[in-house]
Design a protein around this ligand. Structure first.
Ligand code: NAP
Length: 286
């Protein structure tokens, strides 16, 4: 039995599906009871409703599991504290394997959610657990947040310069690797960067979106102050808003570029291209 935390979220559901397809029993830790059905539909055999910060919930979730796939909540102020609690609880419960879903370049501490993951990785080094760390870049599936504007207005508007180069990865490739490192021998102590085939500029992303739709899509920079003033940005919690703004500033200054070789080696094939994700997950569902 493998415990997947964040089991009702975007990443968790993909990992549960991949583990289920690999024939592995899964217990999902979900935060809200309303997420239970989603986790079960994805293939979780069991779902535990609980709070990562609550030791009694962790003890219930970890009971008799062979391994943990640890997914942090997205952009929360105490990610380090929550994950440290999970690592310590896994040690107490005698869990054999711990795989941490980190992020590409956790050393980039100007982005708080990266910096917290760097420190979680450090806790793992010190824990004595048999760990593996996966460092995926941003998912191609995040483009769903832009899709309505792309389809409706033919514009791909991002809060950083359109020349910004970002490595993206197919979340399904990441989930396949998650299942693989949990079911194959030989991955204890490893840290793997997971990047898709190309680090595209945002103009190239717009071009690929246009090719998928069969019409022109123009990339435009949305000034950061305009993004900050949007009602949907204002509606976010302060930590999430500040963290996203820090991430956009970092992207504008440096981009986020990794290398696809490790992912190709793990999958034993070429990582999935953006155009294939767009036709599989976006255009076919219009
Ligand atoms: N999105 C990307 O491109 C990307 C790339 C690399 C790494 N990551 C990392 O992947 C992780 C997950 O991202 P995601 O996009 O899958 O986020 P997500 O869809 O928001 O999922 C996170 C899950 O965490 C659960 N959660 C929130 N607070 C919790 C708490 N206190 N205790 C227990 N569970 C809690 C939520 O449960 P409920 O749904 O029940 O509220 C949610 O389902 C993040 O750490 C992110 O930094 C993301």
């Amino acid at each position: 039995m493998i415990l997947v935390t964040g089991g009702g979220g975007k990443t968790g559901l993909a990992v549960i599906r991949a583990l289920h397809d690999a024939g592995v029993s899964v217990r999902a830790l979900v935060h809200r009871a309303a997420s239970t059905g989603r986790a079960q539909s994805a293939g979780a055999d069991q779902a535990v409703v609980g709070e990562l910060g609550n030791q009694a919930d962790l003890q219930r979730a970890l009971r008799s599991v062979d391994a943990v796939y640890a997914i942090s909540p997205n952009m929360v102020p105490d990610e380090l504290g929550l994950l440290t609690g999970l690592i310590e609880a896994a040690g107490r419960e005698g869990v054999g394997r711990f795989v941490y879903h980190s992020v590409l370049h956790p050393q980039a501490e100007a982005m708080p959610h990266h910096g917290q993951k760097l420190r979680v990785e450090e806790r793992l080094f010190e824990s004595g657990l048999d760990f593996t760390i996966l460092q995926p870049t941003a998912y191609m599936q995040n483009l769903k947040g832009y899709w309505d504007e792309v389809v409706g207005q033919g514009v791909y508007r991002v809060p950083y310069p359109i020349e910004t180069r970002l490595s993206l990865v197919d979340l399904e490739d990441v989930a396949e690797v998650a299942a693989l490192v949990l079911t194959q021998d030989g991955h204890v102590g490893a840290t793997y960067e997971l990047n898709g085939p190309d680090a595209l500029t945002q103009s190239q992303v717009a071009q690929t979106l246009g090719q998928a739709l069969g019409r022109g899509v123009e990339a435009q920079e949305l000034p950061l102050h305009e993004w900050l003033a949007r009602p949907e940005t204002q509606a976010m919690g302060a930590y999430q808003r500040q963290t996203l703004a820090a991430m956009f500033r970092y992207y504008a200054a440096y981009g986020l570029v990794g290398n696809p070789n490790v992912l190709a080696w793990l999958l034993d094939r070429k990582p999935t291209e953006l155009r294939d994700v767009l036709s599989r997950d976006f255009v076919s569902r219009m």
